[in-house]
Design a protein around this ligand. Sequence first.
Ligand SMILES: [Zn+2]
Length: 288
Amino acid sequence: MPELPEVETVRLQLLHKIVLKTIQKVTVYHTKTTAHNPFFVSTVTGKTIAHIDRIGKLLIMSFTGESDLFLLVHLKMTGQFFYIDNQKQVSGGGHTISATNNLDFPNRHTRVSFEFSDTSTLYFNDMRLFGYIKVANAMQMNAAKQKFGPEPIHELFSVDDFYEGLQRRKTTIKAVLLDQSFVAGLGNIYVDESLYAANISPLRLSCSLTMSEAGRLAQIAGNIMKTAISVGGTTFQHFVDTGGDNGNYTDYLKVFGKQNTPCSQCGTIISKIRVAGRGTHYCSNCQK
Ligand SMILES: [Zn+2]
């Protein structure tokens, strides 16, 4: 599942590729992706992409001269964007792209395509069909934004507010960090990694964290996300150039997926348990 760093990488790459391009032709291959909106094609055709914003894992596309029209894009479990430039070079990102990905487009997982006036094309592929591209007006776009809490990578992220919020919650710190309305953008992988680096057990009650633990956790979560975004560039692959080089944040993981191997800090075997309904990896010695 794409997490925030992958989504941010997609955003940054698409900014370079499609901003200020005019959509000449839209094809919807599966109407579930466009929320069964019968006016999707006519609404978007002819529009010029002004900007791509992001909150949490939600991408928000805006259009030049259109203050009341947005596209809300969520990759969910398996969403991927592929961009084919006017030299037929393919690049793509989002859900992990494997060697078995069919790079002829459109293919059976293509849900929507946008052809631009420069003959380049953007394809939205989504095997599991949970992802979406929805037309929204300004009110709907703002309502969607309201569902997200602040992001630890944001320069205005307030540790005081974070600490106070933690004190009010009566559940595990793991569950609270996964709640996108509390803090946006931390998925299962980055929650486990952040708690490990902060030496805090995922089983601790959120309200038991001290101010200094909360401060440490917020800073670590922000740093981990920034690092992941900085290396996430390689998940947006240029197939023709590199043949699908697959380096990314998985090389930096210290605890996620490391169950039954020794902790890199103390040698204790890493446990995998279920917390908040999610597979949770932690060191019972380092994390208290
Ligand atoms: Zn340890």
